[in-house]
Design a protein around this ligand. Structure first.
Ligand code: AMO
Length: 439
């Protein structure tokens, strides 16, 4: 589950036999070869210590002056250069490591050219923009790598939960001819002389797929031309989407909360070191998550003298105030239909939809869909949309469309919670926003 080297590869590969985390006391007396980047060099007269880091942790090298030229060369190697060293494992007197490698052979595989744009040890902090512009180097900082190791666990846990729940993983197009989520946040592109768009979500496709595959999920990048420069919006983000035939709103909410809880269990089990590195704690949530209706949310806000009328959308400041009242995960249900997209079903003038919140942060939204073509067309017209421009989608509803429900879940936002980061850019390797297009 967590990122791990498969096994000790003694004798294999000429550049390393062990990664740093594999250097344990049972190797004392054995010859090993390690490789990684130099984090620190501490000359102490007749001996020197070099700290070599790799993705798994740190190895301490002990070098003796008797090594002669090799000793001098090793000490002059610029920090962050990549080296390979072999020697014998021995017990260490240092507190931070149990064993060290007494070096016999040392070679530089690649020199780092100084000055480097950032200090990846984090001792000299850099602004986020500068760190992202040097992301590959930034990832040598264990507190940054920790985020992406947790992300790796989360992706695996999501897949495992959804597969166990009987969902089939699918891939839908990202270059599309028809918008699903409203035109304001669409990126357009020239597609061999025709106008095309970058997909904002897999909404229409995932609904169509329930016709035969019944329960599908997709974990993929989607695009939104979000003009708002906030700490939780990106132009390119990862969405986890599900759609399930014969499921109602409550059924898919259950899948959502089990997925969230399983992810947290996995991170707590496999990423203890990373959470420690990040100095972040996460709590196991209790299931089911609280559910509050939109109407109750409005009333709660009015009680704390927040100016809002029923029927109005929950703005950023409304959600902030609501987040003060509800700290953990909770669902907001029963939204007024006018606040939800055309594909959401309604019953007695209330939409069968929900948002999953963590405090003030919206993590997911979904609901039961309209599965009847006439009803869907009427709803489109009500919202000022032209059904004829959705003909490709609507025709599917004449082929026997099962009732279905689903949701879309923002993976990057979830990662903010799991790692305690307030800016979404921290948890995405190469974020894309209104200003950032490189690296
Ligand atoms: P929605 O538009 O609410 O719903 O998106 C679903 C979730 O995706 C995340 N998200 C974003 N994350 C980062 N940057 C963005 N610009 C961004 N936009 C959205 C949020 C959000 O809750 N088709 C529906 C889902 C469904 O009904 O199945 C949809 O796209 O966490």
């Amino acid at each position: 589950m967590a990122h791990k080297e498969p096994s000790v590869k003694v004798g294999l590969g000429s550049l390393r036999t062990h990664v740093a985390s594999q250097l344990t006391e049972d190797l004392v007396g054995q010859n090993v070869r390690v490789a990684g980047w130099i984090e620190d060099i501490r000359p102490l007269g007749s001996i020197a210590f070099i700290t070599v880091r790799d993705v798994s942790g740190v190895a301490q090298l002990l070098l003796r002056r008797e090594l002669g030229k090799l000793y001098d060369e090793a000490l002059q190697t610029p920090r962050q250069s990549v080296i390979s060293a072999s020697g014998v494992v021995q017990k260490s007197r240092a507190k931070a490591v149990k064993v060290e490698v007494e070096v016999r052979e040392f070679k530089v595989l690649s020199y780092a050219t100084h000055p480097l744009p950032i200090d990846p040890t984090g001792r000299t902090p850099s602004a986020l923009d500068l760190r992202i512009s040097s992301r590959a180097l930034d990832l040598r900082n264990p507190t940054v790598a920790a985020i992406f190791k947790i992300r790796h666990t989360v992706l695996q846990s999501i897949r495992r939960t959804l597969i166990n729940e009987g969902f089939i993983e699918v891939n839908t197009p990202k270059i599309i001819g028809q918008a699903a989520e409203g035109g304001a946040t669409l990126f357009t592109l020239d597609y061999f002389g025709r106008q095309a768009y970058l997909a904002q979500s897999p909404q229409l496709y995932k609904e169509q797929l329930t016709l035969a595959l019944e329960k599908v999920f997709e974990i993929s990048v989607f695009f939104r031309a979000e003009k708002s420069n906030t700490r939780r919006h990106l132009s390119e983000f990862i969405s986890v989407d599900i759609e399930a035939a014969y499921y109602d709103m409550e059924d898919v909410m259950g899948v959502c909360e089990r997925m969230v809880a399983n992810c947290i269990d996995s991170v707590l089990e496999y990423n203890k070191d990373e959470l420690n590195t990040l100095k972040h704690t996460i709590e196991k949530p209790t299931l089911p998550f609280p559910r509050i209706t939109y109407r109750d949310a409005v009333r709660e806000l009015q009680k704390v003298v927040f100016k809002i009328e029923e029927g109005e959308d929950l703005t950023d400041s409304a959600l902030k105030a609501l987040g003060e009242l509800h700290k953990g995960f909770y669902f907001i249900t029963e939204w007024p239909p006018q606040l939800k997209p055309f594909y959401i079903d309604t019953e007695a003038d209330i939409s069968k939809s929900f948002d999953l919140q963590f405090g003030a942060l919206e993590l997911a939204s979904g609901g039961r869909r309209i599965s009847n073509r006439r009803k869907l067309e009427d709803r489109m017209i009500e919202l000022g949309l032209d059904p004829s421009s959705f003909s490709e989608h609507l025709k599917v509803f004449d082929w026997g469309m099962p009732p279905h429900s689903g949701w879309g879940f923002g993976l990057d936002r979830f990662m903010m919670i799991l790692t305690g980061k307030e800016n979404i850019r921290e948890v995405v390797l190469y974020p894309r926003d209104t200003v950032t297009l490189t690296p």
